[in-house]
Design a protein around this ligand. Structure first.
Ligand code: UDX
Length: 454
């Protein structure tokens, strides 16, 4: 068992901390926000992520939350940096949190060898940069310590973060120091060998017996993260582009996804046509990849095309509503689902925001509802977003159209029979190909499924 510190208690830091504590390590989670730390100490989880609160509670004796770097860092064999790296206007990530975390690590390193793990998504080459910051801070603090920086990119999806962490398709560790790679291999051994008993509500996927360990150099690990996200984003954009053509020629995007996805070289996942991708990673990472490549004179045209297709998907919602309703001014449009995907309250790059803004610009009254993100929307979007309704019924009442933006099961399985009659005009746009056409049309709705047509 190892002593581990994790700096940053966002989605990645907290999930990593919870999972490592669950595997038996002693974990200290450090955050500069005292409110967050107090909340975590009380056993409350500041973010919504299925099962996270339960795991945190269950591992209370191996988990500490603090705002102090000392003594956590000096007593740890492994220190994770999992702070945010939000996009700046030029597409490059803001590294100021990363810099101050690295400085804090350098000032507080203990006498024993420490592995400093970069878990934040950072531009290629940042591993070396972090190393120099840790070293400078260490010297300024007049410390003598040995450490190595490794890159260990995160591939977890929000909404299934703990499952992705406990049953990873692979663990990537980039390092120039074999002894640091060995420490990481030891840390993750229970995951690599899948030797732990699964938590109650997070069963091991059938047939999942081990996880490959991919040891690389620092730069490759950093680029793997960007390339993985860009590839997933372009897979979605690819099916969306094909789906638009399918609509025109009378083909079915679902059949096409299955027909191409069963080719093992392509794979079935991430071929779900609809409104397109949102969230904290795809937009940020594709933009950072393009911006890094630009510095080397490379255009990254495929990644750029994936972004262009994705913004077109959002614009298409407005086009569909315009062509159906003719005039949007004064019309009430309901938005079902506001977070960027179900089972999260994360609003970063949520398509619902852009769609609402564009509709509002055209004079529509936009009313939205999300099963868990409502209060966040009120805070973060304020009057820039839709009017937030307290119930699904409020969204439907007297509306001229409703758009399913996020496929929450409770929204998909709404009581359509009761709700549709309360609409002024029974137009439903399904942006996630989640609704049952025979049911809705049987109830008199006009249903347009993006990628599948009317
Ligand atoms: C993503 C990556 O999957 C993860 O590996 C990385 O670490 C972070 O970014 P996340 O943003 O949590 O994870 O969500 P993900 O499940 O990948 O979905 C991203 C967006 O794509 C969502 O808006 C989702 O609705 C959309 N999507 C996904 C599609 O439109 N079609 C699909 O087939 C799959």
């Amino acid at each position: 068992m190892m002593n581990v510190s994790i700096i940053g208690t966002g989605y990645v830091g907290l999930t990593t901390g919870a999972a490592l504590a669950f595997l038996g390590h002693r974990v200290t989670c450090i955050d500069i926000d005292p409110k967050k730390v107090e909340q975590l100490k009380r056993g409350e989880c500041p973010i919504y992520e299925p099962e996270l609160e339960n795991i945190l509670k269950g591992c209370r004796d191996r988990l500490t939350f603090t705002t102090d770097y000392e003594p956590a860092i000096s007593g740890s064999q492994v220190v994770f940096i999992a702070v945010g790296t939000p996009s700046q206007a030029d597409g490059q990530p803001d590294l100021s949190y990363l810099k101050s975390a690295a400085q804090a690590v350098g000032r507080n390193l203990g006498p024993k060898f420490t592995v400093v793990v970069n878990k934040s998504t950072v531009p290629i080459g940042s591993g070396n940069w972090v190393e120099s910051i840790v070293r400078d801070a260490m010297r300024e603090a007049k410390k003598e310590a040995s450490f190595s920086v490794v890159s260990n990119p995160e591939f977890l999806r929000e909404g299934s973060a703990l499952s992705d962490m406990l049953y990873p398709d692979r663990i990537v560790v980039g390092s120039e120091d074999p002894s640091a790679t060995t420490v990481m291999q030891d840390l993750y051994l229970p995951l690599l060998k899948q030797s732990f008993d699964s938590p109650k509500n997070l069963p091991r996927p059938k047939g999942f017996v081990q996880s490959p360990f991919v040891a690389t150099d620092l730069q490759s690990a950093e680029l793997i993260k960007y390339a993985a996200n860009a590839f997933l984003a372009l897979k979605i954009s690819f099916i969306n582009e094909v789906a638009e053509l399918a609509e025109r020629v009378g083909a079915n995007a679902g059949h096409i996804a299955r027909g191409i996805g069963l080719d093992a070289r392509i794979g079935e996942r991430f071929l779900q046509a609809g409104i397109g991708w949102g969230g904290s990673c795809f937009a940020k990472d594709t933009s950072a990849l393009i911006s890094t490549a630009r510095e080397y004179g490379l255009p990254m045209s495929i990644t750029q095309a994936a972004r262009d297709v994705n913004s077109r998907q959002r614009a298409r919602v407005i086009e569909i509503l315009l062509s159906e309703l003719r005039i949007l001014k004064g019309k009430k449009i309901g938005i079902l689902g506001l977070a960027f995907k179900p089972f999260t309250d994360d609003l970063r790059d949520a398509p619902a925001f852009e769609i609402s803004s564009r509709l509002k610009e055209r004079g529509a009254k936009v009313v939205g509802y999300d099963p868990i993100a409502n209060s966040r929307v009120r805070q973060e979007w304020a009057d820039r977003g839709p009017i937030v309704a307290d119930s699904v019924a409020e969204v439907f009442a007297e509306s001229d159209a409703v758009v399913l933006v996020t496929e929450w099961p409770e929204l998909v399985n709404s009581d359509w029979k009761a709700l549709l009659p309360s609409m002024k005009n029974k137009l439903v746009v399904d942006g996630r190909s989640a609704l049952d056409r025979p049911t809705l049309t049987g109830l008199g709705a006009k249903l347009i499924i993006m990628g599948y047509g009317a």
